[in-house]
Write a protein that binds this ligand. Structure first.
Ligand code: ADP
Length: 457
């Protein structure tokens, strides 16, 4: 059965309430029935005891002493719920009976049913009866039977049962509508969420779900969705910013390239001038190519298409390789490298990601170092993991810029150092790679004196 959420809640309300009401109705019915029987039984016991004192035991017979008076009352008064009395001898033979029994006889039960009250029939009419032994000298001489009609009580019980069943059915239908109404009200926040989320597209991502007044589970759900929307909005905003920065970053060398070529074509130039301008244009093209490659790399790091199995490599060996790769720039700046390995065991790191991290950071250390200074690379174990510390004696980074250096295209003091080329993507790539292998990068810097990058694997 494919019930809506609202109807399912309503059904659960209904089932729970109808079970409780059914139990209450059954208990009410049973309590009324029991107290009716108790009242009849009390009356019967009283009548039996009263008439037991009006019996005369003779040799073989047992008779009532006041039968005449009794008949007189019978004539005079209308008895609404008469009590039938009958006397039997020990063998179950009828000895005497109240005048209201006329030709009828109360049924005699055998000896085991002494004491308790029981239901039976007199002339096809239901009666309640008690059977009391008549004793003399310690012997049972006979029995006194007292009975009352059960018809009025049964009628009351049938009426009560019908009333309860009808009111139960009415209650169920009323309950159905109330439950549907209440269920409808309680899922209003869910409907709001559906309405709002259906309305939201990437053009109106700033819309939010209305928070319900009560701080309950639906409030948590709504605020959870709002937080999710906020994160999506931030991510989209970052993406927009990134696209615009990337376009800008590529447009600048392109316009410079165009400008150079336009100037070049205006008139005849010397061979040296042509060579000079072409070399400049090629260097701009190289810059663009590098930026595009780094952008592609960033996109790859963001996507799920990352290398599944990144082979392990020994950290010192990886650093040696990177230093070798950059040896030309190290030599041209006359830098020395002070490399200390204090690892107590062989430290293996994922080659692809560790190379991206260290290559960018070592490349920066070289780029931003002052000539003829030293780059210190220290490897050591710490509680957090294996640390690679790279310190340069370079230009340093402004304290307020440190939190931004991992952002795309961020370049601190770029205008101050025009001779140092870059596009502000290297550390973003390093940070993304570190995130992929749960490594961390922290920075300490002293403006004008140098910077230290700590990479913990
Ligand atoms: P870039 O291509 O500009 O080097 P990065 O993302 O690698 O881009 O670095 C971002 C910015 O952080 C750099 O522009 C520079 O201002 C600063 N930076 C990074 N490393 C160093 C360093 N070792 N010394 C001084 N500044 C640094």
């Amino acid at each position: 059965m494919n019930l809506s959420f609202r109807n399912r809640i309503a059904l659960h309300y209904m089932i729970a309430t109808s079970i409780i009401v059914a139990i209450i109705f059954v208990v009410v019915y049973l309590v009324v029935k029991e107290s009716m029987y108790q009242n009849i039984d009390k009356d019967l016991s009283f009548e039996a005891s009263k008439h037991a004192g009006e019996i005369k035991l003779a040799h073989d017979t047992i008779k009532f002493t006041n039968k005449a008076e009794w008949e007189e009352i019978e004539h005079r008064e209308v008895q609404i719920n008469p009590v039938f009395i009958q006397i039997m001898d020990a063998k179950g033979r009828m000895m005497d009976k109240s005048p209201n029994l006329k030709n009828n006889e109360l049924p005699f039960k055998n000896i085991e049913t002494f004491g308790p009250h029981f239901n039976t029939y007199l002339n096809d009419k239901a009666i309640r009866q008690i059977q009391k032994p008549i004793q003399s000298d310690g012997k049972t001489k006979g029995y006194l039977l007292a009975a009352m009609s059960l018809e009025p009580s049964i009628m009351v019980l049938i009426k009560l049962r019908n009333v309860l069943i009808i009111s139960y059915l009415l209650l169920l239908s009323v309950l159905y509508f109330i439950s549907r109404y209440l269920a409808g009200r309680s899922i209003i926040p869910v409907k709001n969420i559906t309405k709002t989320t259906n309305r939201i597209t990437k053009n109106n991502l700033n819309e939010r779900v209305d928070l319900p007044a009560n701080h309950d589970e639906l409030y948590d759900l709504s605020s959870g969705i709002n937080k999710l929307l906020q994160r999506i909005e931030n991510a989209l905003e970052r993406e927009r910013q990134f696209t615009s920065d990337a376009s800008h970053e590529l447009r600048t060398p392109l316009s410079s390239l165009r400008g150079t070529l336009e100037v070049l074509i205006r008139k005849q130039r010397t061979r040296e001038e042509y060579e000079d301008k072409i070399k400049y244009s090629l260097s701009e093209i190289d810059k663009m190519t590098e930026t595009i490659e780094q952008l592609l790399l960033l996109a790859r790091l963001d996507s799920s298409r990352k290398p599944d199995k990144d082979e392990g490599v020994l950290l010192p060996a990886l650093i040696d390789d990177i230093l070798l790769k950059h040896s030309t720039s190290i030599e041209s700046k006359k830098l020395s490298v002070d490399f200390k390995n204090a690892f107590t065991s062989n430290v293996l790191v994922p080659k692809y990601y560790a190379n991206l991290i260290l290559d960018n950071i070592i490349n920066n250390a070289i780029k931003y170092s002052k000539n003829k200074t030293t780059i210190h690379i220290n490897l050591y174990d710490s509680e957090a993991g294996s640390v690679c510390e790279i310190t340069d004696e370079g230009i340093g980074i402004k304290t307020e810029d440190i939190p931004n250096i991992f952002n795309h295209f961020f370049r601190s003091d770029a205008l101050e150092h025009k001779e140092i080329t870059g596009n502000g993507l290297g550390l973003s790539i390093a940070q993304k790679s570190a995130d992929s292998i749960n490594a961390s990068i922290t920075v300490k810097s002293n403006m004008g004196k140098g910077s230290t990058f700590f990479i913990t694997f």
